[in-house]
Design a protein around this ligand. Structure first.
Ligand code: GAP
Length: 439
């Protein structure tokens, strides 16, 4: 195994993301747009894998959570009831000299962070992105792109309860896009204007909310560790009274030590019965849970683990990144958990001008493709092909060499240890599935 050289800096991550096809700047050919990013061929796989394991662990493997996929566009009254029209704001200040804008709470000494100029008094700025429904741009047609997926769950509480016949406690999970007109999008994909959330609204009996809140904080913290984030790079931080969202009684953030410092990966809030009561009030509907045991109608309390897919992807990327020295040369490797790795196996012929080797390698790749993300590559020397796969975090590489033609076996090279084993071709698929923990 190689010796580690440095700790990661953000520029290395941004540059690798572009070079290898994880993340591109949105609309780059037009000079880019702030706060929006595009995921390339490997980034999309990473993100998809994160979403798949989240869904599998939070929905498929539990019998107390069901899924939902609500629309991004909702009735404008939703955002009045939720408190977002009134209170989803950040304090904004302008520099009187260079005219740049900042979030007042991100400015340290009351002067412009760019030029040191004087700043205006803060004014509140609503973060919701407005849009118009239909052809007429008048007030009646205004609505918002959802700033959180959670509200789609609250307004469907009664529908889901009806069809799923759940007893408290139970949860509804959803993932999807959310939009916020952030004043200063920054730190690569960390704070963007368009992002994906993965949220659970977990409905519990009033009085059991604090216990469930604690359980969910632990559950979600351990989830990041399970998929490879180093424990010492994670911490919990409880919100101070003045930073709590308008709906929250208590919130814990799971923070990750990014190259730019500790920052929120996921928030787990005790939202009390605020949301269901607000929607009942604004819609005039009965949004309660009928307790068959006591004959009483209960407004459940809600514990909400709310994570960002993009932030999780960034943390997994940063945490996996290593620069090592191998035989005096630098090796960049992404040590992704195998479940998150975009490509599970790459297959190469040692010599691309030997048709028998090319055919054998292509056959192995075809055999593996139905079972795992597989890549065939013969566009460079073997050393370079290994380096490419290390940089995208592929756990296994298979090389077909001249000996293969005699012993019908190939070399499987493991990403982290760089150890190589010889495996008969008929056993390759089984060996990989076992190593990937799928058997
Ligand atoms: N429903 C609760 C809620 O939305 P939040 O703390 O505002 O709470 C939850 O957001 C998660 O969504 C955050 O922990 C973060 O991972 C992600 N998130 C929020 N704003 C984001 C942004 N501007 N860019 C990327 N991710 C964001």
């Amino acid at each position: 195994m190689g010796e580690e050289m440095t700790t990661v800096d953000m520029e290395a991550i941004v540059s690798l993301s572009k070079r290898r096809g994880f993340i591109f700047q949105s609309s780059e050919i037009y000079g880019g747009i702030s706060g929006s990013w595009d995921y390339g061929p490997f980034g999309v796989e990473l993100k998809r894998n994160i979403k798949n394991v989240w869904w599998r662990d939070m929905v498929q493997r539990r019998d107390d959570i069901v899924g939902l996929d609500a629309g991004i566009l909702m009735h404008p009254r939703v955002w009045e009831a939720s408190g977002h029209v009134e209170g989803f704001t950040d304090p904004l200040v302008d520099c009187k000299s260079c005219r740049k804008r900042f979030r007042a709470d991100h400015v340290k000494d009351g002067r412009c962070p760019e030029c040191g100029g004087e700043l205006t008094d803060p004014r509140m700025f609503n973060l919701m992105l407005r849009t118009f429904l239909g052809p007429v741009e008048d007030d009646a047609s205004i609505t918002y792109l959802r700033p959180e997926t959670a509200q789609g769950i609250f307004v469907n509480f009664a529908n889901v309860l009806d069809v799923s016949r759940r007893k408290l406690p139970f949860g509804i999970a959803q993932m999807g896009k959310a939009f916020r007109n952030e004043i200063t999008p920054r730190n690569f994909t960390f704070r963007t204007r368009e992002f994906e959330q993965m949220e659970i609204e977990y409905f519990v009996r009033p009085g059991t909310d604090e216990e469930w809140h604690r359980r969910w904080v632990t559950e979600r913290f351990e989830w990041y560790v399970r998929y490879g984030i180093r424990r010492e790079y994670l911490r919990l931080r409880q919100h101070e009274g003045d930073e709590l969202a308008h709906y929250a009684k208590a919130t814990f953030d799971i923070e990750y030590l990014f190259p730019f410092g500790w920052a929120e990966l996921e928030g787990i809030s005790n939202r009390t019965d605020f949301d269901l009561r607000q929607h009942a009030l604004f819609s005039g509907r009965d949004i309660t849970y009928y307790d068959e045991d006591t004959g009483a109608h209960v407004v459940p309390y809600i514990v909400e683990p709310s994570g960002g897919v993009d932030r999780a992807a960034l943390a997994f990327l940063v945490d996996a990144y290593r620069e090592e020295k191998v035989r005096k040369r630098k090796r960049v490797v992404l040590r992704f958990h195998p479940e998150l790795a975009p490509i599970k196996v790459a297959v190469f012929p040692l010599l691309r001008n030997r048709p028998e080797l090319v055919t054998a390698a292509k056959d192995i790749a075809s055999d593996l493709r139905p079972h795992m993300m597989t890549m065939y590559d013969d566009t460079a020397s073997i050393g370079r092909l290994y380096r490419r796969q290390d940089e995208i975090g592929t756990p296994f590489c298979i090389t077909v060499d001249v000996e293969t033609l005699e012993d019908n076996a190939v070399t499987i090279r493991e990403r982290d240890s760089m150890e190589q084993i010889r495996v008969p071709i008929p056993e390759v698929r089984h060996t990989l599935l076992r190593k990937l923990g799928r058997l």
